[in-house]
Write a protein that binds this ligand. Structure first.
Ligand code: NAP
Ligand code: ZN
Length: 363
């Protein structure tokens, strides 16, 4: 075991604060990664505030990790010291079930999430990427294309794969009409992917001021969802709608916009149940579905796709000391469009703290 610096919350109402956490010594197949950037996902906020239930404290969130390999176990074959790598929402799975064998570790009953999951090594829970380092089995470490900006790449590890995977699964492509509901971290990646796949893209937003930016991000049309007229113009017309909204909202209003055999996929995860009218689904044989991140092979495919098409997240880079303020802004949908924490700030905080200790000792 060694000690790592991290930002943790002690309870659902506590701010995130600097602490130290234990990290395991490397096993044969482990990779130690110096965290360079970590995105702030709305799931981090749901979990820190125990909005979904089951949060274990202290919690160290963070599952959009980009970093540099600082050490490798003797049996590691895929990575070397110095490589730039990524880690997303999972750090382990049983590796033997049908889902794992098919590359869908995200659907494995025994998958281990990057934070707040039972940790078979420590006996406690896993700690995420708001930290100076992580230790992860090489099976769950991703290669980062060399041309991508690292701060903007971190969010690809969750927001990227969570929007890429359902669009691939449901065949978003040229000639399809695609809606993206909510222009936040996930939503803006959904726009970029839908556009890159050649679809006609319509953004639905509750924030009129996001209109221009939605167009700049690649959407063809933007609808302010409070306008019944604007919504009505799109009735019965979509092949696919991706719903990324993090709070309770009217799902029927979007289901009614699906054309025959159209599918709406929930990736947003409001804590409260959503109500659905049977009459939003029955006409036109519409479908309502869900989707959960993606498997490791597909996450690598997504990163390689982003490398080829030069796709990254639009980020506001912040020091880790601003994380609590960032959560408040996230709650107000006030971020363009993802916060990415520059972990060099954590080192500076260490330096300031030790400088203070030294100054104190000299006195
Ligand atoms: P985010 O950046 O906060 O974006 C959510 C967007 O939803 C906001 O920007 C806002 O867009 C819209 N919104 C917020 N409150 C709303 C309300 N009361 N009514 C209508 N629209 C509202 O969050 P995110 O990081 O993209 O995450 C979105 C959700 O996906 C979260 O619930 C998160 O936990 C979940 N998630 C799921 C997966 C998965 O695997 N399924 C993975 C990651 C995250 P406008 O301002 O444009 O309206
Ligand atoms: Zn996430």
């Amino acid at each position: 075991m060694y000690k790592a610096k991290a930002y943790a919350a002690e309870s659902a109402s506590s701010p995130l604060e600097l602490t130290t956490i234990p990290r395991r010594d490397l096993t044969e197949t482990d990779v130690q990664i110096e965290v360079l950037f970590c995105g702030i996902c709305h799931s981090d906020l749901h979990m820190v505030r125990d909005e979904w239930g089951g949060t274990v404290y202290p919690i160290v969130p963070g599952h959009e990790i980009v970093g540099r390999v600082s050490k490798t176990g003797p049996a590691v074959t895929k990575f070397r010291t110095g490589d730039i790598v990524g880690v997303g929402c999972m750090v382990d799975s049983d590796g033997t079930c049908a889902q794992c064998n098919a590359g869908y570790e995200n659907n494995c009953d025994n998958r281990v999430l990057t934070y707040n999951s039972p940790d078979r090594h420590s006996g406690g829970v896993t700690y995420g990427g708001y930290s100076d380092s992580v230790v992860v089995d090489e099976r769950f470490v991703l290669r980062i294309p060399p041309n991508l900006d690292l701060a903007g790449t971190a969010p690809l590890l969750c927001a990227g794969i969570t929007t890429y995977s359902p669009m691939r699964h449901w065949g978003v492509s040229e000639g399809k009409k695609v809606g993206v509901v909510g222009l936040g971290g996930l939503g803006h990646m959904g726009v970029k992917f839908a556009r890159a796949f050649g679809a006609h893209v319509v953004v639905f937003t509750t924030s009129p001021h996001k209109k221009d930016h939605a167009l700049k991000l690649g959407s063809h049309e933007v609808v302010v969802s409070s306008s019944a007229d604007e919504m009505q113009k799109h009735a019965n017309s979509f092949d696919f709608i991706l719903d990324t909204v993090s709070a309770p909202h009217n799902v029927d209003a979007y289901l009614e916009l699906l054309g025959p055999n159209g599918t709406m996929v929930l990736v947003g995860a409001p804590p409260e149940p959503l109500s659905v009218s049977a009459f939003s689904l029955i006409p036109g044989r519409r479908s309502l579905a869900g989707s959960n991140i993606g498997g490791i092979p597909e996450t690598q495919e997504m990163l390689d796709f982003c490398g080829k098409h030069n796709i990254t997240s639009d980020v506001e880079v912040i020091p880790v000391q601003d994380v609590n303020r960032a959560y408040e802004r996230l709650l107000k949908s006030d971020v363009k469009y993802r916060f990415s924490i520059d972990m060099a700030s954590l080192k500076q905080q260490e330096a300031t703290a030790s400088a203070r200790v030294e100054a104190g000792a000299a006195r």
